[in-house]
Design a protein around this ligand. Structure first.
Ligand SMILES: [Zn+2]
Length: 142
């Protein structure tokens, strides 16, 4: 479900928020008022999977991107049909083992997996997909 801005999302969701390691703020659009005011896409199943993944690695997951409004998605070079326009997360790899992070994502039920140089993209989709970004493949193939 789409909330038009951070204030509306926070107001609507604070009482029912049950994902202690993540916040609306960090998952909302980061365009910084260029195109929106913290638009946010709420998906409890996605958040459950993130918490599950976090429990599996047993250390913090630092998110570098969550929801993106259309303007921000285009500005950062996201695919036109990017899952970030609903909800997806790019998780910083620093501080983690790539293999452990990927295993945790799979175990938590993420089915869209983008294996980057400095981040792991995760989303939930009906038809599983796994991809690399330019220059990232050699880092993941042992
Ligand atoms: Zn935005």
């Amino acid at each position: 479900m789409l909330y038009p801005n951070l204030a509306a999302a926070s107001r609507a969701l604070s009482a029912q928020w049950r994902w202690p390691h993540f916040s609306v703020r960090e998952l909302s659009c980061r365009c910084g008022d260029r195109f929106c005011s913290g638009q946010y896409w709420h998906d409890p199943d996605f958040l459950d999977a993130l918490e599950d993944m976090r429990a599996r690695v047993d250390r913090p997951l630092v998110l570098t991107s969550g929801h993106r409004c259309a303007g921000w998605n285009a500005a950062v070079g996201g695919a036109p049909l990017s899952r970030h326009k609903q909800i997806a997360a790019d998780i910083q790899i620093a501080g983690h083992s790539r293999e452990a992070l990927l295993d945790a994502a799979v175990g938590a039920g993420f089915t869209g997996l983008g294996l980057g140089r400095s981040f792991l993209h995760v989303d939930r989709r009906a038809r599983p997909a796994r991809w690399y970004y330019p220059g990232s493949e050699r880092l993941w193939i042992q």
